[in-house]
Design a protein around this ligand. Structure first.
Ligand SMILES: Cc1cc2nc3c(=O)[nH]c(=O)nc-3n(C[C@H](O)[C@H](O)[C@H](O)COP(=O)(O)OP(=O)(O)OC[C@H]3O[C@@H](n4cnc5c(N)ncnc54)[C@H](O)[C@@H]3O)c2cc1C
Length: 536
């Protein structure tokens, strides 16, 4: 579904229209909308007020700030900031502090709980890292998620996503897997095969995860110069089912559709991991992924555990001055302002924030930040008193997607429970919006957002509004950088990591898109760089 279509959908909902009507057969089940008076709901987890205070901070810092100091200051405690701090500590640097705007560290990898049931607020899985990520493999061994054996890594089965992993609702029933089932001799199957061939062919130029471990050649730049849709057309792929699937993949991974995302990013998703195979043409084993009820929150917790006491939350850095004697960073801390002095600073925030808070930002940072478009995301955790009614076909899976829906479907937060789950259930619904809808999303009431979710999901769960007890929704207004054409090949982006001497940068934005592997690696590299400088 294109950005325009989603915008239109959001617009209709804002005007009170119901975009997805329940099928006639189900309409008898629907109750009047009494959920609004009964359901406990709220926006949570994204301190837009404090974030916008940073945006609107006065040019001159106030007098009377509380003086603080450390050798190395890390700004931002997402995966990149935590990974940077870990590298500092491993290099023997102990005098560091991590400042975080939110009340909870972890950034887009934070978790949440409702009635004691854990659930994600953002990132919810990590594919098993391959040979191009030995440092991530080593860290996962270190925190006990895998063991090194003579036969290779042995993963903790309890943390691997259990079966059934994915299902798709299409043509009135749930089917296993996310690719629409089609007859083996159908034109769609032929197009699946064409796509598999095109991805394998494009993949020959070299892809890796993390991306920096693959070469960057003129062939990569050429692929990065076009959108995924343009590339699909150039490969002769026009089947609506295949196009809808690719659009969904782009939205799910990068927060924007195939008309917006670059062909490099679309190919990278497959070519850096498992490739793409037409259904039935391969073993079709699902990719093993690590996942937890609260998504990637346990990864963020494991990262920060060794230096938990140095992470200071509720501190929004609004200005960083680089002076001859050192660096001064100013932070809102509740009603106070703190003035931190440090020899080195690692800015582990999104690039547009880094460019904003530095009084003398390096030119490549400013240029790259201007180039980046950011996708707003919404993650809604729905607490139900019991499993809702379901349509026929494949059973409830970890990831559940409705074909052609403007949403990205939902995850069953209790999927990893080893015991049979009875009673309350928690479903986590994921949505992404065009950046033009950011303001509308910010102004939306939680009730209207919930109505939008219910309208989307009642096609598959007709009694969802009756089952709903509580809804906690987070808006990530500037969640992630969209890998638009030309961004990854941007010279400005490539020039950032070493563009300032005592200020370093660490964020998945440096890779032009956001996943755990990129954030971890960018943070680790910045931490090592600063540790070298600090000890030389
Ligand atoms: C809804 C959603 C789902 C996702 N799903 C997955 C997934 O399943 N798997 C996956 O690998 N990735 C996923 N991602 C991508 C995710 O962004 C990365 O995995 C990773 O968490 C990014 O880490 P980061 O440190 O680069 O950035 P961020 O998470 O953006 O961290 C930046 C931190 O800086 C803080 N900050 C910002 N400004 C200031 C300031 N002025 N002062 C102090 N602190 C500040 C922020 O509060 C934040 O904590 C998802 C992202 C979203 C939004």
């Amino acid at each position: 579904m294109s950005d325009d279509t989603r915008r239109a959908f959001l617009g209709q909902l804002a005007q009170g229209a119901t975009a997805l009507a329940a099928p006639a057969i189900l309409s008898g089940c629907a109750r009047p909308e009494d959920w609004r008076t009964r359901v406990d709901g709220r926006w949570i987890g994204d301190n837009a007020v404090l974030g916008h205070r940073v945006r609107d901070a006065a040019a001159q810092p106030p007098a009377g700030a509380r003086a603080r100091r450390c050798d190395v200051l890390v700004v931002g405690s997402g995966i990149a900031g935590l990974s940077a701090a870990r590298s500092l500590q491993r290099a023997g640097i102990t005098d560091f502090a991590v400042l975080e705007l939110e009340d909870e560290p972890g950034g887009n990898s934070r978790g949440h709980a409702m009635h004691g049931l854990r659930c994600p607020l953002g990132a919810h899985y990590l594919p098993l890292p391959g040979p191009s990520a030995p440092d991530i493999q080593a860290w996962l061994v270190e925190i006990g998620l895998a063991k090194q054996t003579s036969a290779g890594l042995k993963w903790d089965e309890r943390q691997l996503c259990h079966s059934p992993q994915e299902r798709l609702f299409i043509a009135g029933r749930w089917q296993d897997g996310l690719l629409p089932d089609v007859p083996r001799d159908s034109p769609t199957q032929a197009q699946y095969r064409l796509l598999a061939k095109a991805i394998a062919e494009a993949g020959r130029i070299g892809f890796a995860l993390p991306t920096a471990r693959a070469p960057w050649t003129p062939a990569h730049s050429a692929l990065d110069a076009m959108t995924c849709s343009q590339w699909l057309r150039s490969q002769g792929i026009a089947d609506p089912l295949v196009l809808t699937y690719m659009d969904y993949c782009c939205r799910d991974d990068y927060g924007a559709g195939s008309d917006t995302v670059s062909a490099w990013a679309a190919v990278h998703y497959f070519a850096s991991r498992h490739g793409f195979s037409a259904p039935g043409d391969d073993s079709n084993d699902r990719d093993p992924v690590l996942t937890w009820p609260d998504g990637n929150a346990p990864l963020a917790q494991a990262l920060r555990r060794p230096f938990e006491d140095r992470v200071q939350t509720g501190r929004a850095v609004f200005r960083i001055d680089e002076g001859l004697q050192g660096i001064t960073a100013w932070a809102f801390a509740g009603a106070e302002v703190e003035r931190w002095t440090a020899r080195h600073v690692i800015v582990a925030t999104p690039l547009f924030i880094a460019a904003h808070v530095l009084t003398a930002p390096p030119a490549p940072l400013v240029a790259a930040a201007k180039q980046q478009r950011r996708a707003p995301w919404m993650v809604a955790n729905l607490r139900l008193d019991a499993l809702p009614l379901d349509r026929v076909g494949a059973p409830l899976s970890w990831d559940n997607v409705i074909h052609g829906s403007p949403s990205l479907g939902y995850v069953d937060a209790q999927h990893q429970n080893l015991a049979r789950v009875v009673g309350e259930r928690l479903l986590t619904a994921y949505w992404t919006f065009p950046d033009a809808d950011r303001r509308r999303l910010l102004q939306m009431s939680w009730q209207d957002a919930t109505q939008m979710l219910l309208d989307d999901l009642r096609v598959v769960h007709p009694d969802l509004s009756e089952r709903l007890q509580q809804v906690d929704i987070v808006r990530h207004g500037h969640a992630m950088s969209i890998p638009t054409p030309g961004l990854r090949s941007s010279a400005a982006l490539a020039a950032i990591p070493d563009s300032a001497a005592r200020v370093s940068f660490a964020h998945a934005d440096l890779s032009a898109y956001s996943v755990f592997e990129e954030a971890f690696t960018r943070g680790d590299a910045a931490g090592r760089r600063v540790a070298r400088r600090a000890t030389s």
